[in-house]
Design a protein around this ligand. Structure first.
Ligand SMILES: Nc1nc2c(ncn2[C@@H]2O[C@H](COP(=O)(O)OP(=O)(O)OP(=O)(O)O)[C@@H](O)[C@H]2O)c(=O)[nH]1
Length: 308
């Protein structure tokens, strides 16, 4: 990806609306440098209620985090979200050469919604149907795809987008961040135990409103009885009618990912504002630092896989 940046005119960086801080990949900051960039927070429909006061507050805060980039919020089901991006690119993404056109690279964490965004941009800009394969698990896009035209101009200086495979961080230093990324689906579901993830999700749901799961349980901090009751009521039972706890925990998480167990952020934006206001803390781990930590970790555990 880095080697082809010289042929790219513009970058669209996707981040997950539900984890808008944690889904920033610090590797992009270094690799993309000062390239013209547009930040898109995807899956807006899963992180807030449309037109609510909370949505306005969240989005106002997120805009201030990237004062030098234009910021958009998209939901795959809201056509106007995507048409605003097309409108912006029509005026902002100029082709330096009419023959080649303007090439836009779409980057972001695995499963953040890059291919979905490209399909929607293509549909909004040219009326054409889906070109990219999408899926619920990360890693559907495996290589940088052939470019897709999203804006046609009469003078021939068209705008093309290129889909890229999701890029995960070489090392996630904070265990809670890893849980957040797993909850959002950026890592495969077999990497972290679904019961552990459901437990972490329960913690967030309880911060919002325990009534969200009242169909299955009284308010509780104990995930296992909740999941067992959920398993019984959804019919996820194993031999002898024993609740299939692992399967039910995964289904519980998937329900949240579909917006059926509350729509909220799992990052604390106020904490991030405080962090950014404190210069000592504001420096994120650079790619070089991250790679150094990863190398050390690998040296200590020679058999450990290098990435997810
Ligand atoms: N509810 C909702 N789901 C979305 C949205 N955008 C994408 N998705 C879903 O998220 C999943 C991942 O979307 P993809 O477009 O395949 O993600 P990707 O970033 O290309 O994934 P990789 O191939 O891993 O890089 C799919 O199931 C999409 O339907 C959105 O705005 N709202």
């Amino acid at each position: 990806m880095k080697s082809m940046l010289s042929t790219i005119d513009y970058v669209v960086e996707c981040r997950d609306y539900r984890a808008p801080v944690t889904s920033i990949n610090p590797m992009f900051e270094e690799a993309l440098g000062k390239m013209r960039r547009l930040v898109v927070y995807t899956k807006r429909d899963l992180g807030s209620i449309p037109k609510s006061v909370e949505q306005k507050t969240i989005e106002r805060k997120l805009q201030t985090f990237d004062p030098n980039s234009t910021v958009f919020f998209t939901s795959s089901s809201a056509r106007q979200d995507v048409s605003q991006i097309i409108k912006h690119l029509r005026t902002d993404a100029e082709a330096p050469d009419k023959l080649v056109g303007c090439r836009v690279l779409v980057v972001g964490m695995p499963n953040v919604g890059k291919s979905t965004l490209i399909n929607n941009l293509r549909n909004s800009g040219t009326g054409k149907a889906k070109a990219m394969k999408t899926g619920q698990q990360p890693g559907i896009t495996r290589k940088i795809a052939t470019q897709v035209k999203i804006i046609e101009r009469e003078n021939g200086s068209h705008v093309y987008v290129l889909d890229t495979p999701g890029v995960f961080m070489p090392y996630v230093p904070d265990a809670e961040n890893m849980l957040k990324l797993a909850l959002c689906g950026c890592v495969k579901d077999n990497v972290i135990s679904p019961v552990t993830l459901a437990d972490y999700l329960l913690y967030h749901i309880n911060l919002q409103d325990p009534a969200i799961y009242k169909r299955w349980s009284e308010p509780t901090n104990d995930v296992v009885p909740l999941i067992e009751s959920f398993a019984r009521q959804t019919g996820l039972l194993g031999k002898g009618g024993v609740p299939n706890v692992e399967g039910a925990a995964l289904l519980f998480i998937q329900k949240w990912r579909q917006g059926e167990l509350g729509r909220f952020l799992i990052d604390d934006l106020e904490e991030e504002e405080r962090r950014r206001a404190d210069p000592a803390q504001a420096a994120r781990m650079s790619m070089t630092q991250a790679l150094r930590v990863e190398r050390t970790t690998r040296k200590n555990k020679p058999d450990a896989p290098s990435n997810l």
